[in-house]
Design a protein around this ligand. Structure first.
Ligand code: SF4
Length: 307
């Protein structure tokens, strides 16, 4: 139950976003209070599309920095705000432009397929972006006879490669939250809940993915949780997803695969910081125009190939 002061913050956010005409887009990994005050909640693909289609001129993105950047890239005429510029993604920051240039030197005809979890400068030197919800579909549409450099999430890349049975090269990086989940932990959860459906995000390690009944993106897991007949569900992705699944499936027993599935960067965003952001209209997210234009090509290509 919310304290009176928490409720006052929420009420003030709701009043200010209306007064200042701000469209709030949140990721499923945000805390429940933030998901509840958002105008739109989705995974990174859906957030990018929602930003592009935003009915309002100011967008506040409750998600890590690359998500706010994607909104700024796709909406050059709009104001994009982040409540916490320090919320970032360690995996997105692992790759540098020089890594891509070095690969291109060896494979000049290669296509650079970049997970949306990348900074704008990386998207700008990519041919197409993908998310976990559309990577298989998009890569299946790319020419078969060219090398693909899939960056920066090796686990997702290997999952896609297995689905499509095509050769790909990878950058050695992964999400520290999903990659920390072990097969032993999944085995233990299965032992505790023998009839449960195991749902796993493709950012997890291949050995964990092998143990899943269902593998899918954040949005895919939510949708599958609603459709599958099992009453007990083991969820192997970031804990924030539980809020939406609980809301849609009040009668099912939901088990988070590991209490350590918490993205500290996503949780840097709080209702207090959103309130401050709305009061001061800070912090504005900008991307240098030359980078923005090139990065927009890779993001627009994703939206085109995913639809
Ligand atoms: S959950 Fe992993 S991939 Fe997503 S923002 Fe956090 S660290 Fe990055």
């Amino acid at each position: 139950m919310k304290s009176q002061s928490d409720q006052r913050i929420i009420d003030r956010i709701l009043a200010l976003k209306k007064e200042k005409s701000v469209y709030i887009i949140a990721h499923y990994y945000q805390v429940p209070d933030i998901q509840d005050i958002a105008d739109f909640v989705g995974d990174s693909y859906a957030m990018a599309v929602a930003a592009k289609n935003s009915p309002l001129e100011t967008i506040l993105v409750a998600g890590v920095d690359f998500m706010a950047e994607s909104a700024a890239i796709l909406c050059p005429g709009k104001t994009v705000l982040t409540p916490e510029p320090g919320a970032t993604c360690p995996m997105a920051n692992a790759i540098r432009v020089e890594d891509i240039e070095a690969y291109k030197e060896q494979h000049p005809d290669a296509l650079i397929v970049s997970y949306v979890n990348t900074p704008a400068a990386i998207k700008a030197v990519s041919d197409v972006c993908v998310t976990s919800s559309n990577a298989v579909k998009i890569i299946s549409k790319l020419p078969k006879d060219v090398p693909i450099f899939f960056i920066p999430d090796e686990n997702l890349g290997r999952y896609v490669q297995g689905q499509l049975d095509r050769k790909m090269d990878f950058f050695p990086s992964s999400c520290p939250i999903h990659a920390a989940l072990t097969p032993e932990t999944i085995a233990l959860r299965k032992l505790e809940h023998p009839g449960a459906e195991v749902m796993v995000h493709p950012e997890c390690r291949p050995e964990v993915i092998q143990m899943a009944d269902y593998v899918g993106s954040t949005a895919g897991i939510i949708s599958h949780a609603c459709k599958c007949p099992q009453q007990e569900l083991i969820i192997a992705t970031e804990c924030g997803i539980m809020h939406k699944i609980e809301e849609l499936n009040p009668d099912k027993k939901l088990i988070l695969a590991d209490p350590e599935l918490v993205c500290a960067d996503m949780k840097k965003i709080t209702p207090e910081k959103i309130l401050y952001s709305l009061e001061h209209m800070e912090t504005k997210v900008t991307v240098p125009e030359d980078i923005r234009v090139k990065a927009a090509v890779a993001l627009e290509k994703m939206i085109e190939l995913a639809s």
